[in-house]
Design a protein around this ligand. Structure first.
Ligand SMILES: [Ca+2]
Length: 422
């Protein structure tokens, strides 16, 4: 009997491991507090194997706050990268003069994890090297990347060349190891100046346009950005690996979560009010929110989608695939000048990425999401998981792995003035 039980629990353990999602989070963690909420969810979800966190805002406080948050929730061993050159900038709300700064406070008051206070430069990985190390060590097609900020780190990864971690160039390495990239940003079918697509202090709209416009494009001639990169072929037959330096060229799924998914799902107020007294993310929502601590849940919802996928779509699922194309597939195009975006439908279009190019949507593997529940239900689910994760960490309890069913609770108050810093 004892032996049977050992076998049973071994099998159970295998199943549990098999259901965990390998996540890498790429976050700005600076100008809006929902990034902190997203890290809370990723760090406390029993369904996540958090491989790394890359920070795409070049403030040392952003990196240190990520380290502090992960350490608080028991994930202090997760490696952290940050884009360079680092500054000691802190957030100042020059739009509304009502939003507070939280990153430096979290970084100092809850310091811990991989990065020592005052040593972000020495302790943090370069984001490209961290990507390359973690991806090279992962099983093929086993990693989900969640981009909840600017796309500079991902753009740099795509431009990277072989190194000690892998002989593959960046795009080929990503195509081999990543199964899905989830990008919070844009509006669908079209929008202007989505923060994550134009607000990068390092590149403006350039990084977002590079990553998105070149995703799964026919790159026999160019990426659509004028830069020649690895040729990607979208046919399954061509996906066979022939040498150690040849990529499995399957194009990973690229899923967008736009402004509408989360803008009216206000979360964080309950965590700040009902969570543990010394919870870094609950306090961050308090510091950030001025008179209201609930914020649009863009980034936490992006993490939730990355973990759950389209589970329960059409029934109880939080998300469904958006559809604006009458025929065939579509893909996203980001304007290189202003970061606006538009969803292009159809089989073949002219000038999809840049003038003069002909680009197909087939094989680009892109889609965008809509909420499958009400805004209030989505917010309630985020709040519920915030509280569950924060209290579990505070009490030092282990949570039972397994997908947690949605149980929408009390909506978090009315919508008030909000801004579009994501
Ligand atoms: Ca963000």
């Amino acid at each position: 009997m004892k032996r049977l039980l050992i076998v049973y629990f071994s099998l159970l353990g295998s199943l549990v491991l098999a259901t965990k999602k390998n996540l890498i989070i790429d976050t700005d963690l600076f100008s809006d507090v929902d990034d902190a909420g997203a890290l809370l969810l990723a760090a406390t979800s029993p369904d996540v194997n958090l491989l790394a966190v890359n920070v795409n805002h070049p403030s040392s406080y952003s990196a240190l706050a990520a380290s502090a948050i992960l350490a608080h929730y028991g994930k202090g061993d997760v490696p952290i990268g940050v884009t360079r050159p680092l500054t000691d900038d802190t957030f100042l709300d020059t739009w509304y003069f009502r939003l507070g700064e939280y990153a430096s406070k979290v970084a100092y008051q809850f310091r811990g994890g991989k990065l020592r206070w005052g040593h972000a430069e020495e302790d943090a990985w370069g984001p490209v090297e961290l990507y390359r190390k973690v991806l090279s060590e992962a099983a093929d097609h086993s990693v989900t990347i969640v981009s909840i900020g600017f796309l500079d780190n991902l753009s740099a990864l795509l431009n990277s060349t072989g190194d000690a971690h892998s002989p593959l160039p960046g795009r080929a390495l990503l195509s081999r190891k990543v199964t899905e990239l989830v990008v919070m940003g844009g509006a669908y079918p079209s929008g202007k100046r989505s923060w994550n697509f134009w607000g990068s202090p390092l590149s403006g709209p350039g990084a977002a346009a590079h990553v998105i416009n070149s995703w799964g494009a026919n790159t026999n001639t160019s990426d659509g950005d004028g830069t020649n990169t690895t040729t990607t072929t979208t046919t399954a037959a061509a996906a066979t690996t022939t040498t150690s330096t040849t990529a499995n060229t399957t194009v990973p799924q690229l899923t967008f979560l736009g402004n509408d998914v989360g803008v009216y799902s206000l979360a964080g107020e309950r965590l700040a009010a009902e969570g543990p007294a010394l919870d870094p993310v609950g306090m961050a929502y308090g510091w950030y929110g001025y008179e209201r601590r609930a914020r649009p849940a863009w980034d936490p919802l992006a993490v939730l989608y990355a973990v759950r996928g389209l589970e329960g779509q059409g029934k109880t699922g939080l998300f469904r695939v958006g559809d604006v194309c009458e025929v065939g597939c579509g893909f996203n195009v980001v304007d290189w000048e202003d970061g606006g975006n538009r969803w292009v439908c159809g089989g073949v279009v002219d000038g999809g990425g840049r003038e003069g190019s002909r680009q197909e949507c087939v094989g680009r593997n892109q889609r965008f999401l809509r909420l499958g529940v009400t805004d209030e239900e989505a917010a309630a689910e985020v709040d519920r998981l915030f509280l569950e994760g924060a209290w579990a960490a505070a009490r030092g309890k282990l949570r039972v792995p397994g997908l947690v069913p949605s149980t929408p609770g009390t909506p978090v108050g009315p919508v008030t003035t909000m801004c579009y810093i994501q």
